[in-house]
Design a protein around this ligand. Structure first.
Ligand code: CMC
Length: 381
């Protein structure tokens, strides 16, 4: 037993995992040994899910069967849609609505209480992963005063989500762009939301509980919420016609943090940010609309000149993802739920992997409260 205190568990090893590795010094991310660059450019989100859940990349036949099984689970019970409707009517935030609906999904899964069987966990995980896009798209449609669009099992995970969101089949570029974003967000070591899911799983609670907890953890501005914050900053700059560099100067003068910069593990630019920046450049080139690219580039160049990037506070995945989602017409407050839609795959993989050789996660706190306090009964206080 050690009494060394590691605030925020920084640098602490708590488990072994075959799933993903983040090298923060050189800016490298791998899923089961495969570089994220290769996966983002060459593999679909379904292939990545298969890799994470089943240990290897699928053959074409394995992928077809896996994708069909996943697509077959997209429908959600009418009761869930009615709840989503009620949450939208009440003005609930999308991440909170997703958290509530994901928790509710377990009521319609006969296997939901099976937590000690890894294969059952993956089957439940498949249902959760398939249904989250349906829930999210229904929430967005209802909020816009439209009716939910039923899932199309013939479309890919990415294509079907965009279809359910808009009611129109996406073009190839949009589908491929969104699929790439899903792949980039699928897993990332023991980040806060994954660790949350694992802590819950380590009690041998079911995977619905783990994913619901993961959504809660991801919602915060220090984690998944940063992509929305970045886009809100870009909109604020645009609406005020302010120079983006001036916005950053003002923010830093006020002691504020720049959303989309800094990371607990990366000390250089996040490799996912590099890939998304390149994608944003391609999209801007083909549309001719370079506004978000111009703003983000100006901010990054300024902060690089200021030495911030050299100090290890470099662009992370959230700095560029919002601008890419904006090009797909996705509303700003759906960005973090989309992150959850992808990361659910990673949460499920980690819960299943950890439960295979489970040990309850139970750290300690250094007690700093008073000692030997004399108890005074209520009526004498
Ligand atoms: N802007 C300005 N300064 C920063 C920033 C930033 N975005 N991030 C860190 N710093 C500074 C911080 O002020 C501190 O300086 P000092 O030592 O002088 O007090 C130093 O860097 C170390 O910061 P820290 O808070 O100890 O580092 P951390 O490892 O706890 O923080 C972080 C990681 C992600 C919480 C933080 O960088 C941050 O708040 N970034 C903005 C929010 C954000 O973009 N989050 C998304 C993270 S990546 C995707 C994801 O995980 O979901």
């Amino acid at each position: 037993m050690t009494d060394e205190l590691k605030r925020g568990l920084e640098g602490v090893l708590v488990a072994e995992s075959d799933l993903s590795y983040v090298d923060g010094e050189v800016g490298k991310l791998v899923y089961r040994g495969y570089d994220i660059e290769d996966l983002a450019r060459g593999a679909s989100y379904e292939e990545v899910l298969y890799l994470l859940w089943h240990g290897s990349l699928p053959t074409a036949a394995e992928l077809d069967a896996f994708a069909a099984d996943l697509a077959a689970e997209r429908e959600v019970d009418d009761d869930v849609i009615e709840t989503v409707r009620a949450l939208a009517d009440a003005g609930e935030r999308p991440m909170a609505a997703l958290r509530t609906a994901t928790s509710m999904l377990s009521a319609y899964d006969d296997e939901a209480d099976e937590a000690d069987d890894g294969e059952a966990t993956i089957r439940q995980g498949r249902r959760i992963t398939a249904k989250i896009p349906t829930v999210l798209a229904a929430f967005e449609r209802v909020r816009q005063g439209a009716e939910p669009v039923a899932p199309d099992p013939d479309l890919s995970h990415a294509g079907n989500f965009l279809y359910m969101l808009t009611g129109t089949e996406p073009d190839a570029v949009s589908e491929e762009t969104f699929d790439m974003a899903l792949t980039l967000h699928a897993d990332h070591g023991l980040n806060a939301s994954t660790f949350t899911a694992m802590v819950i799983g380590s009690t041998m609670a079911d995977v619905y509980s783990g994913v619901t907890g993961g959504i809660g953890a991801l919602s915060g501005p220090l984690h998944g919420g940063a992509n929305q914050d970045v886009m809100e900053v870009l909109h604020e700059i645009d609406a005020s016609s302010k120079d983006p560099v001036q916005w950053v100067k003002d923010k830093r003068d006020g002691g504020g943090r720049i959303p989309g910069f800094g990371h607990r593990v990366y000390k250089v630019k996040d490799p996912r940010a590099n890939i998304l920046e390149e994608k944003l450049r391609d999209l801007a080139d083909s549309s001719g609309d370079t506004k978000w690219l111009d703003y983000t580039t100006a901010i990054e160049e300024y902060l690089t000149d200021q030495g911030l990037v050299e100090k290890g506070i470099a662009p992370n995945v959230d700095f560029y993802s919002g601008s890419v989602y904006d090009s797909l017409g996705i509303p700003v407050d759906m960005y973090t739920p989309i992150f959850a839609m992808s990361r659910a795959g990673g949460w499920i993989a980690h819960v299943a992997e950890y439960q295979e050789d489970n040990r309850l996660i139970r750290p300690r706190a250094r007690y700093t409260g008073p000692e030997d306090a004399e108890f005074v009964p209520l009526d004498e206080r």
